[in-house]
Design a protein. Structure first.
Length: 190
């Protein structure tokens, strides 16, 4: 081989290696960004999917789905009405914990619907919540799981109390004027 051929081969190999390094770096950045964004939900989806790439595609699809929704803040009237309903639901917990928890689950669904989230399917609701409230989605799943149980199913009062506390956290976050991502995006633009 002459020097020109050797240089061309070295350049081609360097381009291929460079391209592979760029691809690996981009995948690393994608994983890091999604892990930071979704927190524990990232690991849950990776474990459930059994494949990091498949899980990351699912999480990116969630982001695109929620971005396409017209999520809006609640009006002052809606906020007042839902807050009063939540207070009544919490007050009923002492006498009827399971029924109160079921009302809390329905109320969260109503608030989500009013804000613009699709609410027909629980798994879709949980996926949408994971985008804006990743730290609350596991607790929301727990609340819903208890809320759909029948009265004869064994659920301790403490488990229901914890679910209600977690439900309140999600409810309060949903009642805020902005989603966490909206306020972050606005700060980055400033």
């Amino acid at each position: 081989m002459d020097n020109t051929t050797t240089l061309i081969l070295v350049a081609i190999v360097a381009l291929i290696v460079g391209g592979l390094l760029v691809m690996a770096f981009n995948r690393f950045q994608r994983s890091r960004r999604l892990r930071e964004r979704f927190g524990p939900e990232y690991e849950r989806i990776v474990n459930e999917a059994g494949d990091r790439r498949k899980a990351e595609s699912e999480l990116e699809a969630r982001l695109a789905h929620v971005e396409a929704l017209n999520i809006r803040p609640l009006s002052a009237e809606e906020m007042n009405r839902y807050s009063l309903e939540w207070q009544a639901t919490q007050a009923e917990f002492v006498d009827e914990p399971l029924a109160s928890l079921q009302k809390a689950d329905r109320l969260i669904r109503e608030v989500m619907k009013a804000r613009g989230y699709p609410v027909e399917d629980f798994e879709q609701r949980a996926a949408d919540i994971s985008v804006d409230y990743p730290e609350l989605v596991a607790d929301y799943r727990g609340l819903h799981m208890i809320a759909v149980k029948e009265a004869e199913d064994e659920v301790s009062t403490e488990e229901m109390r914890q679910a209600m506390v977690h439900g309140r956290d999600l409810f309060e976050n949903l009642m805020q004027k902005e989603t966490p991502e909206t306020s972050t995006d606005q700060k980055e633009k400033i």
